[in-house]
Design a protein around this ligand. Sequence first.
Ligand code: SF4
Ligand code: SF4
Length: 318
Amino acid sequence: MTNIIWLKGGACSGNTMSFLNAEQPSVIELVTDFGIRILYHPTIGLEIGEQVNEVLNEAVNEIVPLDIFVFEGSVIQGSNGSGSMNYFAGRPMLEWVTDLAEVAQYVVAIGDCATWGGIMAVPPNPSESTGMQFHKKEKGGYLGEDFTSRAGWPIINIPGCPAHPDWMTQILVAIATGRMSEVLLDDYNRPKTFFTDFVQTGCTNASAFSDKVKGQFGQRGGCLFYEVGCRGPMTRATCNRILWNRTSSKTRANHPCLGCTEPGFPHHDLKKGSVFKTMKYLGYFPQEAPTGENRLSFYFKSGIQKALSSSKKHQGSK
Ligand code: SF4
Ligand code: SF4
């Protein structure tokens, strides 16, 4: 049996909704096939009132072993670091976070708010929200950069707004089946298996990206990078390889990728004109180049590709 406690801080519950949609494996299969026992989950748990305190205290006092502590949502530290803005089961939620993280074998942060603070931590951040082990791109967060769980792991970050359901269930299975030695984390503590390739890998608009053909919302045949702020080339996630609902993805439906698995999300802190819009220099050049590309050489290369593709089209029409 692998015991899990799942709690939520500053959260919209989007990650829970996503989790419940998991297919490979599903939440039911976690329980029936992989021996996962959900001791408490605020959305699907049956416990109320004092019963919740009992479950949590049994874990904190190590009467019942806690294998995985999952946290969804930001850690709310307001006001003035007291955590009094987010009470749960009789105490500030951040005190439960401290105590449960201390006794858990593994701690998993699900979604952007738990990983880096997310939308909750956008300035002026009145709730003093932060992530479990990161605050935006900076290591630290609520538990501090040196935190490791009982099994010797840092916080395992599964970001996304929400995270893809199968990213969550597959990591829980890796823990439950003792396969964590096969899981490698990147510099932001994300499992590399899901966060190495870019969203652009597998995007059906990839040739329009190289040909610099501009696309629009919901319109076929163009790339969303140039006008509507698609962050597919700068965002590491498998959205176009492990499809959502095993069917589609944002960019396949011609909706720009918002870069929700990167620690800068929401990018530009939701500054006016930065959402669904490509930020530009001199009103023409996209301010951000694909990750790993030098901005000038990217502009130069894409200019040549554009010229080549229009000359091919021109020759074809003769
Ligand atoms: S920028 Fe976005 S729409 Fe364009 S190819 Fe990349 S992922 Fe697809
Ligand atoms: S396509 Fe981009 S914004 Fe959408 S879920 Fe994937 S990483 Fe997040």
